[in-house]
Design a protein around this ligand. Structure first.
Ligand SMILES: [Fe+2]
Ligand SMILES: [Fe+2]
Length: 262
């Protein structure tokens, strides 16, 4: 069959199909199921942590976009800018993105044989770099005190670029990377992925982020289109051909063929 077709199939249908196929092929004893569940929960700890961290990062992005608009009108304290930078550098970067790149991605490459040089892992890693560079531009503007002509407009533009990119990144990870990673690691019986506690500085940055959300409530930006799946990812059909083309194995394609013909 034409293997570009599944890209148009709603993800929920594909996931429901693959999960059902796995269960029907591998009957298990209750002890086996329990052992699997314990292993899965341990494995899932890092995945759950990453998902939970996304929730706060998502909120702080919305808060930051509001701040970037208000500070240009003299309606926000410029010193809060440093706290946003600290949050995005230490909590979103050094703690969150670093565990994705340092633990989750290597596990997917080494234990699931997924490609590192193309597809979701390459795209998401490149996005971490690009967002970090934009954050550097924001940091320079804030350190300059926004005194130069046009600096408030540039801050708003960079904040929008950074915020929208991070929101889309989170949507792609929540809807594609994390559920697909969990499923593939489970199938390979990977017992547990290491995680770590925050450093004191990262923990301070997290508290600062929570405080910023209270001081500058997240805005709902109607100009950004958010949603799940590959089709809303900016890399789709550009540097990434989509989950099915990049990650699916022969057996997954066969399961889909079976499903569509049944
Ligand atoms: Fe990421
Ligand atoms: Fe993430």
């Amino acid at each position: 069959m034409d293997r570009t077709l599944p890209l148009l199939i709603p993800r929920i249908m594909v996931r429901a199909h693959t999960a059902a196929a796995v269960v029907s092929r591998r009957p298990q004893s209750s002890a086996g199921r329990r052992a699997d569940r314990i292993g899965h929960n341990r494995l899932m700890r890092l995945i759950h942590e990453l998902e939970a961290e996304h929730e706060l990062i998502d909120q702080v992005v919305g808060s930051f976009l509001g701040f970037a608009t208000r500070v240009g009108c003299g309606d926000a304290d410029l010193s809060a800018g440093a706290a946003y930078i600290r949050f995005f550098r230490l909590y979103a970067g050094d703690f969150h993105h670093a565990r994705e790149e340092g633990v989750l991605f290597p596990a997917l490459v080494e234990q699931v044989n997924l490609p590192a040089d193309r597809g979701p892992i390459a795209v998401l890693t490149a996005e971490h770099r690009r967002m970090s560079a934009v954050l550097g531009q924001i940091e320079s503007l804030l350190e300059g005190g926004l005194h130069e002509d046009g600096s408030c407009g540039r801050l708003k533009a960079f904040a929008t670029e950074y915020g929208y990119a991070l929101w889309h990144h989170i949507d792609a990870e929540n809807s594609v990377l994390l559920p697909e990673a969990a499923e593939r690691l489970r199938k390979r019986s990977v017992p547990e992925l290491p995680t770590r506690a925050m450093t004191e500085a990262e923990s301070d940055a997290r508290r600062a982020g929570e405080e910023l959300v209270r001081c500058y409530p997240p805005i709902s930006d109607r100009d950004v289109i958010r949603g799940d799946g590959c089709v809303l990812c900016s890399a789709f059909a550009d540097t990434c051909r989509g989950l099915e083309a990049e990650w699916w194995t022969e057996s997954e394609w066969e399961e889909l063929d079976d499903h569509l013909s049944s």
